[in-house]
Write a protein that binds this ligand. Structure first.
Ligand code: XMP
Length: 324
């Protein structure tokens, strides 16, 4: 039997009871695979790696070493949430790596989107490998591979592919959710007691805010983006039907504004909210005018450097979901 093929008889995990049975089964399987050895896991705070971390903690406790890399392109409060949930609440053996300067220094002046993605991906592997080399006795690598990663991209996880580790770091993989679909991973995450904020998190690209701080990233514009994005998420997240993806973008352009009777140049914040099933096409959603106005006012009041707010209501195609 191909271990990377989901058996046709495998029941879809839709209820807490089915999730519990899956968790019990995986805890036993992980224990049998790992024994008393150590497992390393890159914990981004995304749904898949978080669920795998929680499963591994349940199975092997502090034989799991989690590494959370802050590349400076995470959303507001994200690293804090990962530390709070995993270190403080679940007692994980968690290494927090502040690599903000390392990433932003490498990205300085780079405005080509593909080049930006390459730098972020390569730097991520290097930072993770540096941490892995400091540790002793690691034999396994945990990965949040899910079934669509196998069926759609030959097992390579696009956004945190630590499968590309250098030659001297060869680990056996532990991939407990590799036969699950995303909705099942969420049901399992709920049953493991992870907070809704983590379990129902909207898709977030691996290069993070890097692809929404359009053009060459500067720290001041990235800070403005992070603040504006938090405001956009707080408002749109209260809609009765929360859209699939909703966020802010700050392009590298300035336009004229007026403050204290003087003209000055500032950035625009672009609001984007779309619905999609699988990201191949996407529809812009209707946002109530009162909510648009409330976001505009809060952004203009609280985010330094911004003097204009725009609403991107373009579908995919023609536009892609991200701006880069
Ligand atoms: P686009 O912009 O191509 O995005 O319509 C489709 C979906 O993919 C996400 N996305 C990425 N995810 N690494 C990722 O892990 C990336 O480089 C990347 N670029 C786009 C995007 O957020 C959307 O959900």
């Amino acid at each position: 039997m191909d271990p990377n093929k989901r058996p046709e008889t495998m029941e879809r995990i839709t209820t807490p009871e089915l999730a519990k049975a899956f968790i019990d089964e995986q805890v036993e399987a992980i224990k049998a695979q790992v024994g008393d050895k150590k497992v390393l896991l890159a914990l981004s705070g995304g749904v898949d790696s978080s669920v795998v971390a929680a499963l591994l903690i349940k199975a092997i406790g502090d034989q799991l070493v989690c590494v959370h890399v802050n590349h400076g392109l995470l959303r507001k409060d994200e690293p804090e949430m990962v530390i709070k949930v995993f270190k403080e609440e679940l007692g994980a053996n968690l290494i927090y790596v502040d690599a903000v300067d390392r990433f932003l220094d490498k990205l300085a002046g780079v405005d080509d989107p593909e080049q930006k993605r390459k730098i972020i991906g390569k730097e991520f592997i290097e930072v993770f490998a540096d941490e892995a080399r400091k540790l002793e006795g690691i034999e396994f690598l945990g990965q949040g591979t899910i079934y669509p990663d196998i069926t759609e991209s030959k097992g390579v996880k696009a956004h945190h592919n630590v499968g590309g580790l250098p030659e001297d770091l060869k680990f056996e993989l532990v991939e407990p959710v590799k036969l699950l679909y995303k909705d099942e991973v969420r049901v399992v995450g709920k049953a493991l007691g992870l907070p809704d904020k983590m379990v129902y998190r909207q898709p977030f690209p691996g290069p993070g805010l890097g692809v929404r701080c359009v053009g060459a990233i500067t720290r001041d514009r990235l800070d403005a983006l992070r603040e504006a994005d938090a405001i956009v998420r707080a408002h749109i997240g209260t809609l009765p039907e929360v859209p699939w993806q909703y966020f802010a973008v700050v392009p590298d352009i300035k336009s004229t504004g007026i403050k204290d009777d003087a003209r000055y140049m500032g950035w625009p914040v672009v609001i984007r909210a779309i619905n999609s099933v699988d990201a191949t096409s996407a529809q812009s959603i209707e946002i109530p005018w009162s909510m648009l106005c409330a976001m505009r006012d809060e952004i203009l009041e609280k985010v330094p450097g911004v003097n204009r707010v725009l609403w991107d209501f373009t579908d995919k195609p023609v536009s892609t979901i991200e701006w880069e």
